[in-house]
Design a protein around this ligand. Structure first.
Ligand code: 5GP
Ligand code: SF4
Ligand code: MG
Length: 455
């Protein structure tokens, strides 16, 4: 998911949030929402679909206030239905509260059971509603104290924005799984999943929030606190760099574009292949392919054309035209591929279905050899911290690299090594979660078979 918040008296906060969400659209396409506070109440608008589907000029114009939060959703826990759209807004003992959440609470089943057994009721299936309930329970004293207490109970990944009628609060979990950064535009403060959203609204990047940090922004300015838990280590999701984040963002001190380029270079060093062309699988493989081409000296060519109007959520073709599937999105460029030995570069393989179809399309266009290279190690294990991959669909959980090569019928298949990947981060190499390839889960996971793998 993508989250964006602004505290900006004198600014059109609803519109700026809309533009911020637009810049974060790649982080979720299922639903979008904006909640605006005006000092005495919170107003909310949300709906299914893209940011541009949910809001229009009239709706945005009717939203007056001086602080706002927004959300774009990519479902992890909780199915794709309107009740799960965010921000969530509730009335509680101290007034109104709104919440935008990016991440996944890994002990959600336990928390939901505890809260239900003492009378909580839930209207959605998201873990985010459980967070609001928890905060409301602890709110005898102050909201900030309630947040600090809730953070002791919450396990897993959460970058959160909390809105009241007159306060904006940003929270990053003690491991720092999901990104969250702070920006400024004039006197306004902005919190956003990625720095590309700050650029989009003309705000200046100030810094990333620290793992376990809570920032409270109100008429007195900005105050920063640290949660009670002392994180044993940082665990930034490495998939943000591999696949999820936008390449023009800078996260926790690293430019996503630069990291992807270095992944491609490292891949070329690890896998010196004889080939005529390096071809990216657009868009996720493009930057790594450039790095691969640079390092190997093999020319880079755009041999697969992507239809940029096909989103991730496009209507699935019916059975009789199912074969078109991948071709609606990607079409090979015959005159580039014909007679060539090609290296295809992509970021990762999940099920292997797309990759298999791409290899066969490229062959049908006359490519003599097709090597497939990935800028990540094989994803073998499920993520409980906010990226939607289940064990059953992960091809690398069930097949060896050689079996996957056969399955996608490539002449060669090579994954970036874990050491090669982490080496790109130099001294920061220990600050990342790599659980979905290493099994090193930094914090609680519900699967008892994986518990032993906690380090
Ligand atoms: P596959 O060959 O496994 O069917 O598809 C691989 C493609 O899926 C890659 O191009 C990769 O960019 C994309 N991908 C990787 N991770 C994710 C994810 O978490 N969600 C979605 N929707 N696509 C992903
Ligand atoms: Fe990211 Fe993988 Fe860790 Fe999930 S398990 S947070 S996808 S590195
Ligand atoms: Mg892709």
């Amino acid at each position: 998911c993508g989250i964006f918040g602004i505290y900006g008296p004198g600014f059109d906060v609803a519109r700026l949030t809309y533009y911020g969400l637009y810049a974060l659209q790649h982080r979720g396409q299922e639903s979008a929402g904006i909640a605006v506070g005006n000092g005495s109440k919170i107003r909310l608008a949300k709906g299914m679909g893209l940011v541009s589907d949910v809001f229009n000029d009239e709706k945005l114009g009717s939203f007056q206030g001086h602080l706002a939060i927004g959300h774009v959703r990519y479902s992890t826990t909780g199915s794709n239905n309107p009740a799960n759209a965010q921000p969530l807004v509730f009335n509680y003992s101290r007034g109104m509260i709104g919440l935008s959440h990016n991440g996944n609470i890994s002990n959600i089943a336990e928390l939901r059971r505890q809260l239900s057994s003492t009378g909580s009721v839930f209207q959605s299936t998201t873990d985010s509603e459980v967070i609001v309930n928890l905060i409301a329970r602890y709110s005898q004293n102050s909201l900030v104290e309630a947040i600090v207490k809730s953070m002791i109970d919450l396990k897993g990944a959460y970058s959160l924005l909390v809105l009241t009628e007159n306060k904006l609060i940003g929270i990053r979990d003690p491991f720092g799984f999901r990104p969250l950064c702070l920006g400024r535009k004039g006197d306004a403060y902005i919190l956003a999943s990625e720095s590309c959203a700050l650029d989009t609204i003309g705000a200046e990047f100030v810094r990333d929030l620290e793992p376990g940090e809570i920032v409270v922004i109100d008429e007195d300015g900005l105050q920063s606190l640290q949660s009670l838990q002392v994180p044993r280590r940082k665990a930034h999701c490495i998939f943000e760099y591999i696949y999820f984040a936008r390449p023009d963002s800078r996260i926790d001190g690293f430019n996503v574009n630069r990291v992807r380029y270095e992944m491609g270079r490292q891949l070329a060093r690890e896998y010196p292949v004889e080939a005529d062309l390096v071809i990216p699988v657009p868009d996720s493989g493009t930057i790594a392919a450039r790095g691969f081409a640079w390092e190997s000296g093999i020319p880079f060519e755009e041999g697969l054309m992507k239809n940029r109007y096909v989103g991730r959520t496009f209507i699935q073709p019916t059975q009789d035209i199912r074969e078109l599937g991948v071709r609606l999105k990607l079409n090979p460029v015959r005159h580039i591929l014909q007679g060539k030995r090609v290296v295809l570069i992509d970021d990762s393989i999940v099920r292997g279905t797309t990759s298999g179809k791409i290899v066969s399309m490229v062959r049908e266009c006359g490519a003599r050899e097709v090597h497939f290279c990935l800028s990540s190690p094989p994803t073998k294990l499920p993520c409980y911290y906010g990226i939607d991959t289940s064990l059953s669909e992960l091809i690398a959980a069930h097949k060896t690299v050689e079996e996957i090569r056969e399955y996608i019928s490539a002449d060669g298949l090579h994954y970036l090594s874990q050491e090669g990947l982490l080496g790109i981060f130099g001294e920061a190499r220990g600050n990342f979660c790599t659980a979905c390839f290493s099994g090193d889960y930094p914090t609680y996971v519900p699967d008892p078979n994986l518990q032993g793998k906690l380090v």
